[in-house]
Design a protein around this ligand. Structure first.
Ligand code: KIV
Ligand code: ZN
Length: 518
């Protein structure tokens, strides 16, 4: 059976970054784009250029740096958005404009357009985009809840106006696999000149069916899948890139489709996206979860030792996860650390390695054996050079009689400041100290602690999620001292909130920009 090519359209930097709390800095976006470009993603949706100056700059810088991928920007269906999008993507060797409007009854209500007015708008906007760029993607947003006749009409108009890709989004994760396949099949059979465009699927995971729906759409004739690394995205997220790509690789017997993705790069990009977005990957997540290749029960281990295929449908090496052996210790050198990190899927430059090596030595001084999971937690710590707030030192006094006391020194914009604060428990005292040194109105929404490995000297990873004026940021950190990890995670989240605050003027943020004037 010959394999048809399925294009992989990654929207981690647009739909993924739109997820509440998943803020990336400019440099982090560029770094992720470079990794996507290297791993063979066909199209990178780099952002929503009209949303803010920051988004515009990220899309144009990514357009300049991409070597292989097509660079796409999102725009609502109006000339101002489309022009701004073109200004950003035009620097790419292969640019694409993606424009959309909500076509379902609920979404038509938002701009208050009649069906005829909307049809006219689609014609004008796709024509305008095509006059700027010869690669134009049209999306009828909320397609799966749009009346069939009107959906067909919007697609017919977009093709006639020159769209080269037609995307059929399941915006609210409402469809199911049989319906998903049938919808694409019917559109291909009934719209005019269907063979002149690529049909695309864009699924959300509200009912946990995004991967199944995307693959079903491909079986129905779609040849582009829109997805994100780790399934990052609004609400329950988007289709996970690693899941659809590995499903087509492992089940090529019944899914005879080829992609350009170098699957051995999956683990490293997954970890990097988890770190920079502040969204940890759930332990039992397919393909990239910590437990995806772990075999704990005796019967499974026994089977694995005899033949790994007993309980594994793919090899860990296929996704860039080499089985590693012994833990490192305080006598391990830089070469051993680099070797281990490479096996774990982290490729780092000399400067990055230098920084990790210093932190590794510090950890090895406190912990006899440094396991793979310790190293992953160490590398995934979210500190960035441009952080305005840094923890310098922390001493906490605890006892059965409260209140607990925290003595803290922080560096704020390069200046050292210190305070003593009390609280109901060591973590509360620590967070009160941060609040005293850096006043803010952000509210703590989530505080979560996990042990990285076993034993009383295990590191704790702490995740916090904070909210301020509707803006959300998450922070993570790891340390053998749970209270220190908590302080660093809290400060990390604050640094991310500051980035979000500074990133844009009110209403000019990707997460708050409205679809209303589309
Ligand atoms: O979910 C959706 O419909 C989208 C569109 C903008 C394509 O993200
Ligand atoms: Zn979406």
């Amino acid at each position: 059976m010959t394999k048809d090519k399925v294009l992989i359209f990654d929207t981690t930097l647009r739909d993924g970054e739109q997820s509440p709390g998943a803020t990336m800095t400019h440099d982090e976006k560029l770094e992720i784009a470079e990794l996507l470009d290297e791993m063979g993603v066909d199209i990178i949706e780099a952002g929503f250029p009209i949303a803010s100056e920051g988004d515009f700059k990220a899309v144009s810088d990514i357009a300049r740096l991409a070597k292989n991928s097509t660079i796409c920007g999102l725009s609502r269906a109006n000339f101002k958005d489309i022009d701004r999008c073109w200004e950003a993507v035009k620097h790419a060797t292969s640019p694409r404009i993606h424009t959309f409007i909500g076509t379902s009854p609920l979404h038509r209500d938002i701009p208050g357009l009649t069906m005829d007015e909307m049809a006219e708008r689609i014609h004008e906007c796709v024509t305008h985009a095509r006059n700027l760029c010869d690669n134009v993607q049209w999306s009828s947003m909320d397609a799966t809840r749009t009346e069939w006749d009107f959906l067909k009409r919007t697609v017919d108009i977009a093709i006639k106006a020159g769209a080269t890709t037609i995307n059929i989004p399941d915006t609210v994760g409402y469809t199911e696999p049989v319906e998903s396949a049938d919808l694409i099949k019917r559109l291909i059979a009934e719209v005019d000149n269907a063979d002149t465009v690529v049909f695309s699927t864009h699924c959300h995971n509200d009912l946990g069916m995004a991967t199944a729906n995307s693959l079903a759409a491909v079986a129905g004739g779609a040849r582009q899948i829109e997805c994100t690394i780790n399934g990052l995205g609004e609400r329950a997220g988007n289709t996970a890139l690693e899941e659809v790509v590995m499903a087509m690789k492992v089940r090529s017997d019944i899914l005879p489709f080829a992609t350009e993705i170098d699957t051995t790069k999956i683990m490293s990009i997954s970890r990097r996206v988890a770190t920079v977005s502040g969204f940890p990957v759930q332990f039992n997540k397919a393909i990239v979860g910590k437990n995806a290749f772990a075999h704990e029960s005796g019967i499974h281990q026994d089977g694995m030792l005899k033949n790994r295929e007993t309980f594994e449908v793919m090899k860990p090496e296929d996704v860039g996860l080499a089985g590693t052996s012994l833990p490192l210790g305080k006598h391990s050198g830089r070469a051993a650390l680099r070797d281990k990190l490479t096996k774990l899927g982290f490729e780092m430059g000399d400067n990055q390695l230098k920084d990790v090596f210093v932190r590794f030595k510090d950890l090895a001084d406190r912990k006899k054996e440094v396991f793979d999971d310790d190293l992953i937690a160490l590398v995934q710590q979210n500190s960035a050079v441009e952080d305005r707030l840094k923890l310098v030192s922390l001493r906490v006094v605890c006892g059965t009689e409260g209140p607990q006391e925290a003595d803290m020194v922080m560096e704020i914009d390069g200046e050292q400041v210190e305070t003593k604060a009390t609280g109901d428990g060591p973590v509360d005292a620590t967070f009160n100290a941060v609040k005293a040194l850096f006043q803010h109105a952000a509210r703590l929404q989530v505080y979560q602690v996990n042990a990285v490995t076993e034993g009383t000297d295990a590191q704790a990873t702490v995740s916090v999620r904070m909210e301020e004026d509707g803006k959300i940021a998450t922070g993570t950190s790891a340390d053998t001292d749970t209270v220190v990890a908590s302080a660093k995670a809290y400060i990390n989240a604050l640094n991310r909130l500051i980035v979000r605050r500074e990133k844009s003027a009110p209403g000019e943020d990707t997460k708050t920009v409205s679809y209303k004037d589309a």
